[in-house]
Design a protein around this ligand. Structure first.
Ligand code: GLU
Length: 291
């Protein structure tokens, strides 16, 4: 009897010890797992890219440090180009770049001409309804470029002026919201749901262009008083006799855009998170002096 009790006690002790051991092991495993990235699953849409042997990426061609094409060699460079190359490397395929603008990038993605957009594409709630975006890899701000001769130096100076923006961009909306926040226009008629740059005339108005060189030319010929977009994009147009106004607003988080609900969206997001965690993205920001 005594012997059996002892045996039972011994057995339950052994079970308790092994249970604790398992629990501790399980805990260790969960900790380890949370540091590990999600598995990269090859879905049918990704397999298509692999079978094709080419990842087709929409990029900018005149945003230095992001997507810039050398006019002589045709070579693209910048952090968005590097990100595209890394995704292609991971897939084991070549990369093919297509120059896109704010006006063309979504059409090209929707038509299947390109697999993703890595082109200073700001993540917004409205856009997220139509496309998937990766975790942001960079945050920029919007500002305004003017000719020094205009003597415009701040948001107040833009009242009753005409501003050049790119169609398909967040710029006009960002500027109107910044002017309302600064109290230089009333914004009584502003409705973020229905805002249309072409129709807005309350305190500032807009002319929309298909690309940035066209806005720069319009600024030079005084067709517009100012040129508004993300600072990274404006940089190349800030030539002699032109300055930024004294205001930066509307944080612009750039993400890689992919077809909504596609397997490739998850794949790309996993990679972007890997490169945010392991310092790769930070390395690009330093390399191209983007901070
Ligand atoms: N980043 C802004 C946007 O996505 C400016 C436009 C552009 O990227 O060209 O609307």
């Amino acid at each position: 009897m005594k012997m059996r009790k002892l045996l039972a006690l011994g057995l339950s002790l052994a079970m308790a010890v092994s249970l604790c051991g398992t629990m501790a092991f399980a805990e260790e495993e969960t900790e380890a797992e949370s540091e590990t990235e999600a598995a990269l699953v090859i879905t049918d849409d990704i397999q298509e890219i692999i079978d094709r042997g080419i990842l087709r990426v929409g990029v900018k061609n005149a945003v230095e440090g992001f997507g810039y094409q050398d006019t002589l060699t045709g070579e693209y460079s910048g952090m968005e180009i590097d990100i595209a190359n890394l995704i292609a490397e991971e897939l084991g395929v070549d990369v093919e770049f297509t120059t896109v603008t704010a006006a063309t990038r979504t059409e090209l993605l929707d038509s299947g001409d390109i697999d993703c957009v890595i082109a200073t594409f700001t993540i917004t709630d409205e856009r997220k309804e139509s496309w998937d975006f990766s975790t942001p890899y960079y945050t920029d701000h919007v500002t305004v470029l003017v000719k020094d001769s205009s003597e415009i130096t701040d948001l107040e100076g833009l009242v009753d002026k005409t501003v050049g923006v790119s169609s398909g961009s967040t710029s006009a909306r960002s500027l109107v919201e910044a002017m309302i926040d600064a109290g230089v226009i009333s914004g009584d008629d502003y409705d973020s749901e229905t805002f249309d740059p072409a129709l807005w005339t309350e305190g500032v108005s807009f002319r929309q262009y298909d690309d940035y060189p066209a806005i720069s030319t319009a600024l030079e010929s005084d067709e517009v008083d100012a040129f508004c977009v993300d600072k990274s994009i404006l940089a190349i147009y800030k030539t002699e006799g032109r300055s930024y106004i004294d205001a930066e607003f509307a944080p612009q988080e750039y993400g890689v855009a992919t077809t909504k609900d596609s397997g490739f969206s998850t794949y790309v997001d996993t990679l972007i998170n890997r490169w945010l965690n392991d310092g790769t993205i930070e390395g690009f920001i330093e390399e191209y002096a983007l901070d």
